[in-house]
Design a protein around this ligand. Structure first.
Ligand code: BF8
Ligand code: SF4
Length: 626
């Protein structure tokens, strides 16, 4: 039985009552204070990139002081938004490269998937024969780091895309060069007195996105696999009920697995468990929020406490000894909120420093000591709990996770009993799509956003799609919405159309496949590329679309741009700040198709958004004659 959004909301309401008792603020209250939002901001027509402004475009004032029109302003804002997202994902990827560089035999970090490391080295033309695995790791890490600032050439991983896609990128002059260069050039182009032509700005937004998806993010994913293992199917649980009242609860939140992996290691340390018992707890429970949660769920089966808009709820349970964060998507609200409870809000990264937090600087060289101190701090805080405030909603669902590209290929072999020669490729999937057993696939990703009823869009869309024999691959906070609802339980096959149900049975998978965190959308790019190569179709012909119904972050726009640029139509439930310019809006929602064979569709009526995706999938099928 699925857990409904109404049940989520009832649980949240109960937690907010505790919050009210202790005078806690909440996003639900802050949304009220911020509504209605500034219309200039929403339409993207406010420019404040020079100090002659800010200039706001209206009918009466159609140009800024420098003479820039609305299209230039909206285009520049859109490009800057993308650059923010691309920089963020890519800097995460860079941190992972550094962690790979720090690996050594018996050290804090080791190489857990040497075969994958060798595969990447060979792909990059690095000699592997007779080399010590750690020497190789350092060489690959350094080569990866150079991708950020290389003076010449394009991203190495773009060679993974089908020829046709690579040709498009070349033709349209959007092949991603050095990652930092694309971000930096985006800032240059949007400086006062540079580009104000929408085509130029949007084109750079695509290129900047591509340097994320096929550069920084892809390295983030691939090297995280090398370091911590390539995900395999794993059983876990999701929703706040995974926290345990009698245990010390540590919640990991953020993005970079270098921190969360290490916290998980030390929470299993017998010395730490003994310490937890000595303070009256039964043990230690680690659970996660946001993408860090996805990372450790995929590789260790660590339960997922919740997604983006549930981060305050973990503190509101009154049973969270420590919420440990690194970077991205962390509410600064957690500082003051944790002060209303006994919770320690532990920040760890110089990149994300926040008031009212305890800063325990985490670095790969001293990772072991740092993690131990963090776990100890949480344990010692157990005694400070106020039992009167403790309430953990009795709500969780079983979930199967860990469907990396490699694991999906492995699982698909189950579908091919009758045609053994096709194993090890995406052909079983292609065959299912060709025969119509599966109508297609949707890659559903992204955040929560109070502008959309939280989780409802993700869950309702997924239910609708699987009932129509459309398989889901998901990541980020969308994945957690699915898991909390119960859509990652294999029994969810009962909600599918007959075709998808059969595939779930043969491959022994749930209909909604958890592919990981947001940087792991790079896994989806690899899957799409392989499907295209195996089927002989172009990516844009494959009956697959992308969807981010509740997106909110700059990262999501960078993702959208590289997904569209890869030839995959993308459906959003929230408008980017671009409606103020008819030209930019028309480009994003249509014009892009002439460049990259795909474009955006934005529709806030979620049911309609689902219909549009199904229609598009059917259109693609018809065009292929299948
Ligand atoms: O990178 S889905 S709210 S957690 S931005 Fe953030 Fe959005 Fe969640 Fe991960 Ni992605
Ligand atoms: Fe105004 Fe032009 Fe300066 Fe923007 S760049 S703030 S439109 S004067």
């Amino acid at each position: 039985k699925l857990t409904t959004v109404e049940e989520f909301e009832a649980a949240t309401a109960r937690l907010l009552e505790t919050g009210a008792k202790v005078g806690a603020d909440s996003w639900q209250l802050r949304v009220k204070n911020q509504t209605p939002h500034c219309k200039f901001g929403e339409e993207g027509v406010c420019c404040r990139i020079c100090s002659m402004g800010p200039c706001r475009i209206t009918k009466k004032a159609p140009r800024g002081i420098c003479g820039c029109d609305v299209h230039g302003i909206v285009g520049r804002n859109f490009l800057r938004f993308t650059a923010g997202g691309s920089a963020t994902h890519s800097d995460h990827g860079r941190e992972i490269c550094h962690t790979l560089y720090e690996t050594r035999e018996g050290g804090n970090y080791t190489v857990k998937d040497p075969a994958k490391l060798k595969r990447i080295a060979q792909e990059w033309g690095i000699e592997t024969e007779g080399k010590d695995i750690y020497d190789l790791a350092h060489e690959v890490a350094e080569t990866g780091l150079l991708e950020y600032g290389k003076p010449f050439g394009t991203q190495k991983f773009i060679k993974r895309a089908p020829e046709h896609t690579q040709e498009i990128w070349k033709r349209e002059e959007i092949e991603p060069r050095a990652i930092d260069r694309e971000v930096s050039q985006a800032l240059h182009m949007t400086h006062m007195g540079c580009s104000s032509k929408p085509e130029a700005l949007v084109r750079q937004a695509l290129r900047c996105g591509l340097s994320d998806g096929w550069g920084g993010s892809m390295m983030g994913t691939e090297f995280s696999d090398v370091l911590f293992g390539t995900p395999k199917e794993m059983e876990t649980e999701a929703n706040l009920g995974v926290m345990e009242e009698e245990n010390v609860n540590i919640v990991v939140h953020g993005h970079d697995p270098s921190l969360s992996e290490m916290i998980c290691e030390y929470a299993e340390d017998p010395e730490m468990i003994a310490l937890a018992k000595s303070v009256g707890a039964k043990g230690i429970t680690i659970s996660g929020v946001c993408c860090t949660s996805n990372e450790v769920a995929m590789r260790r089966g660590i339960p997922m406490a919740g997604n983006f808009l549930q981060q305050e709820n973990v503190v509101l349970t009154g049973a969270c000894e420590a919420i440990v964060v690194d970077v991205q998507c962390i509410f600064p609200a957690l500082g003051p909120l944790s002060k209303c409870f006994h919770t320690k809000f532990i920040t760890t990264s110089p990149v994300a420093q926040m008031p009212e937090s305890d800063f325990i600087r985490f670095s790969s060289e001293s990772a072991g000591e740092n993690a131990k101190l963090i776990v100890k701090t949480a344990i010692e805080n157990f005694k400070n709990r106020n039992p009167e405030l403790v309430h953990i909603p009795d709500m969780k669902q079983k979930a199967f996770v860990g469907y990396s590209f490699e694991e999906i290929i492995h699982k698909l072999d189950g579908v091919t009993n009758s045609f053994v020669d096709k194993t090890g490729t995406t052909m079983p999937l292609v065959d299912c799509v060709k025969s119509g057993v599966l109508r297609g696939a949707v890659a559903m990703v992204g955040c929560n956003n109070p502008k959309i009823r939280p989780d409802a869009a993700h869950i309702e869309l997924m239910k609708k799609l699987i009932a129509n024999d459309v398989i889901l691959i998901v990541s980020g906070c969308s994945a957690q919405a699915a898991a909390k609802a119960g859509l990652m339980d294999k029994r969810a096959k009962e909600l599918c159309g007959a075709g998808l149900k059969r595939v779930c049975e043969l491959a022994d998978i749930p209909p909604v496949l958890h592919m990981g965190s947001c940087v792991d959308i790079s896994r989806m790019m690899i899957l799409a590329s392989e499907i295209a190569k195996d089927s002989g179709w172009n990516i844009s012909q494959v009956p697959v679309v992308g969807c981010a119904p509740e997106w909110m972050s700059e990262k999501a726009v960078s993702i959208g741009n590289y997904v569209v640029s890869t030839g995959i139509d993308t459906y959003l439930g929230v408008e980017p700040y671009a409606t103020g310019s008819s030209e930019v809006d028309a480009l994003l929602k249509g014009g892009l198709r002439d460049w990259v064979e795909a474009a955006y569709t934005v529709e806030s009526d979620i049911d309609k958004l689902g219909d549009l995706m199904i229609e598009r999938i059917e259109e693609k099928r018809a065009a292929l004659g299948i």
